[in-house]
Structure formats: C-alpha cells, structure tokens
Design a protein around this ligand. Sequence first.
Ligand SMILES: [Zn+2]
Length: 230
Amino acid sequence: MNDIFDWERLLINDHPFEFLFEVVFRSVVMFIILLITLRFTGKRGVKQLSIFETVIIIALGSAAGDPMFYEDVGIIPAITVFTVIILLYRFVTMLAGKFKWFEKLIEGKTECIIEDGEFSIGAFAKEGLAQDEFFSELRVYSIDHLGQIKNAYLETSGEVSVFFQADEDVKFGLPILPQLFELKSKNIPIHGTYACTFCGNIQELSKGKANCDRCNKEEWVKAINTIRIK
Ligand SMILES: [Zn+2]
C-alpha cells in the first residue's frame, strides 16, 4: 500500500518527467478539439445555460479533461464522445424546434413570477427559486419594492427579466431592500399600508394582527411606493 502524503506519488506518480511534454501536447490537442466542437453547437457564447446545455457542457468537459493527462486514455475515443454528443445536441435541438411540447420538456418554460406588483401565487413553490435569491436579482435592477414592477419572468436560462411600471403607475409594494424587509412582523404597530411578505399583496391594516386576503399568511411589512431611481 502507498504511504499517504508520499510526495513523489502526489506530484508526478510513477510517470517519468518526460510525460509532462505529452501532457502539454494532449492538452493542446484537446483544447483545439473542444473549441471546434463548441463552434459546431452553433451557439455564439455562454451567458446563462439551460439545464440541457449544462448537461452538454459537463459531458464535453469530462470527455475533454481525461485524455489530457491520463496516459491510458486515448484522444480518438474522446473525439468519438464529442461527435456523439454534438450529434445528440443537434438532434434534440432540432426536435425542440419542431415540437413545442418537447422543447418544454427539455428546456422548461418561461414562468411569470410577478404580475402587477404581486407574486403569482405558487411561483416560488413551483420553481424552486428562493425568495431572497429572487430579491437579490431584482436589486440588480435598482428595484426598491415590487410596486415598481409590472411583470417579471423567470426565463429557462435561470435569468430574471423585468418589465417596469411607468413612474406614474408605481403602486405600493413589498420592499425588497434587506433593511426594510427584515422589519417584517406579525404584529401591526400602527394603522397603515402593509405588504404581505409571502405574496406581495397590499392591504390597509389597523393595529394588531391580520391574515392576508390572498394567501392567508400573517407576516407583514410596511409597504412603500417610491419611484425607481435610474
Ligand atoms: Zn399574501
């Protein structure tokens, strides 16, 4: 059995140092093949990947890495793997273009998350998207509260696209700035306009406790209606 922390084994194993030249050669070859293969997918670049594309990238990545430094892994089997994956990619993309139901199955579909300043009910339960994660995406757009949003969609790439209310149409909404949102409470301190922290519903509430008319939850935060500063 090998000793643990055997430095020679850790650093180079049983290979002669000349093997490193082979590693350089293998890496260059695989790099070029990978580049050519990705060009064949027809994509121009990668910003956000759908689940399907992520699977393709993982498959290509692992098939590309091994022949770079495992001496018993040849380059031709890797090229075969690449060819099969790209043919599959093209075939699946073709089917997705032809059949809408197939596209939905592979890529998912765009979901409406916010409608007129409130969460579409069930948006979070269904999409496995955390509320605080979503809020952080919205803050990137300099959004203070949901009343500034007409519609927000979760795209199949995982990106959030936002359509704003015109300034004169901004309504009271759930604040998404942490220092305001964290003031949420089940106790209403004074009469005023409040937002349900779960669904974004806006209600006039008096001192005490109240359940949301829309989702029946009972945690509230003071609503705001500031205009978005661009
Ligand atoms: Zn609610």
